[in-house]
Design a protein around this ligand. Structure first.
Ligand code: EPZ
Length: 416
């Protein structure tokens, strides 16, 4: 197991370039198999989750090859319809292949992703949506087997604006016969990026980014070139690191609009924000005011920033209330932060954080991707040395995490 050793930073400074969005690249790579030619994706982050998605596509008979940050994908002749169990268990987003495989191959056998550290992660909305388009599913022995001869457009209401379910349904509808309307759809920027990609391929999708998406089915999709949008959560993570270290840092190659809820919270806390077209700079005061957080689907405060803000509130002035409404178990980082001296009480999906003057370094363990990142951030301000174990969780979602933090002046090294 690799681990990070982090020592208290004497402030951070400078600019960090943000990579492409993991959560946009994953559904777009999956959807690439709908085209026969060569899809060229740029600004793709080099992450284990991305490698895993490429690995599955190779198992199914496709090609995924890197050149720099460009990914070349072609899927001429499927050779399998079975997604390997051993990959799915450690990589839930593989479920995004459900719709592309149903369309391209006509059948799919994919393990139920099962839970993960942050919650049960059911896929009922995915299956319900695709079934209403005409797909037939059976579930047994932990696998979902799906078949479809033809998909027919229909009206689908999502009980919850699930990101993944919206993506699978949108992909399935793009080549269904007739019109599909998705009501109560997720509105995250990654949904819009996927719709832009599918429309470039020849799809007819309107309303992506709103809670009502209308898709007119088409017969064929062509392979295209596409640049992945920047990773708004990576950007929010580095900005939070800068604020925790009471520093002046800039993140660039981003779309400020995508981190509006995070910027709004920083402003509430008395932090100076300077926004430009593709960069955001934070200039933090020596005292950071607390604020309250309630995670919600976009454009609410993102659940993927909750752990980082819990660490930030641990060293803010005053008491903060953090409510996690999206996932049922996304406080794994809190017992670890408490070992570093954070004063946090948890009651169900609510955490009450009493800001403290300083934290102390300790041996801690990453339990999930964003929780792991929050422990690194805490290590930047804790007295002494912090050792974070199980950092493979973190490397799933942050490209060159240690290098980028060091470029801002952080004292962090990776030990194999
Ligand atoms: C995506 O996960 C992201 N992952 C997550 O990012 C992110 O936290 C989440 O959206 C919410 O924004 C990727 O895009 C690869 P959901 P997803 O379906 O699609 C319930 C990260 O850190 N639900 O919107 O799985 C579910 O249990 C990761 O980068 C159902 O009940 O999220 C959860 O409570 C973590 N039935 C809620 O919806 C379903 O069929 C949100 O899930 C599907 C979901």
């Amino acid at each position: 197991m690799s681990r990070y050793i982090v020592r208290k930073a004497n402030g951070l400074s400078g600019t960090v370039k943000i990579s492409g969005s993991k959560n946009s690249a994953l559904p777009i790579i999956a959807a690439s198999i709908l085209a026969e030619g060569e899809t060229v994706l740029s600004n793709v982050p080099r992450l284990t989750d991305i490698e895993n998605m490429c690995g599955i596509i190779r198992c199914l008979g496709g090609k995924c090859e890197w050149s720099g940050d460009k990914l070349f994908i072609s899927f001429k002749k499927p050779k399998s319809y079975i997604v390997p169990y051993e990959i799915v268990t450690k990589f839930r987003a593989s479920f995004l292949l459900l719709a592309p495989m149903l369309i391209r191959i006509g059948k799919v056998q994919i393990p139920l992703p099962g839970g993960c550290p942050i919650g049960a992660r059911p896929v009922d909305l995915h299956l319900k949506g695709l079934s209403s388009l005409g797909a037939k599913f059976t579930q047994d022995h932990g696998f979902v087997e799906g078949k479809c001869r033809k998909l027919t457009g229909t009206k689908i209401y999502l009980d919850f604006p699930s990101v993944g379910a919206t993506e699978n349904i949108m992909i399935a509808s793009v080549m269904a016969e007739g019109e599909t309307i998705i009501e109560n759809a997720a509105t995250e920027p990654e949904i819009s990026d996927l719709a832009d990609f599918l429309n470039k391929m020849g799809g007819k999708i309107q309303g992506a980014g709103t809670d009502r998406i209308v898709i007119e089915g088409v017969k064929k999709l062509n392979s295209v070139r596409h640049k992945i949008i920047p990773d708004r959560i990576e950007a929010g993570t580095y900005l939070t690191a800068g604020v925790m270290c009471k520093s002046d840092i800039t993140v660039e190659n981003i779309i400020p609009e995508h981190i509006k809820p995070v910027i709004a919270k920083f402003s509430e806390m008395g932090i100076e924000i300077i926004e430009n077209e593709n960069s955001v700079r934070v200039i933090a005061p020596s005292k950071i005011r607390h604020t309250d957080i309630k995670t919600l689907p976009f454009p609410g405060f993102p659940t993927d920033m909750q752990s980082q803000f819990t660490a930030l509130m641990s060293v803010a002035e005053g008491t903060s209330l953090i409510v996690e409404t999206v996932f049922e178990n996304r406080f794994l980082h809190i017992p670890e932060l408490s070992r570093m001296g954070a004063k946090i009480k948890v009651d169900g999906r609510t955490a009450i954080v009493d800001g403290t003057k300083s934290l102390t370094g300790a041996k801690v363990k990453a339990g999930d991707l964003r929780g792991g990142a929050s422990l690194v951030l805490a290590g930047l301000v804790a007295q002494g040395e912090t050792e974070i174990d199980c950092i493979e969780h973190i490397e799933r979602g942050y490209e060159n995490f240690g290098e980028k933090l060091r470029s801002l002046g952080a004292d962090i090294i990776k030990i194999q």
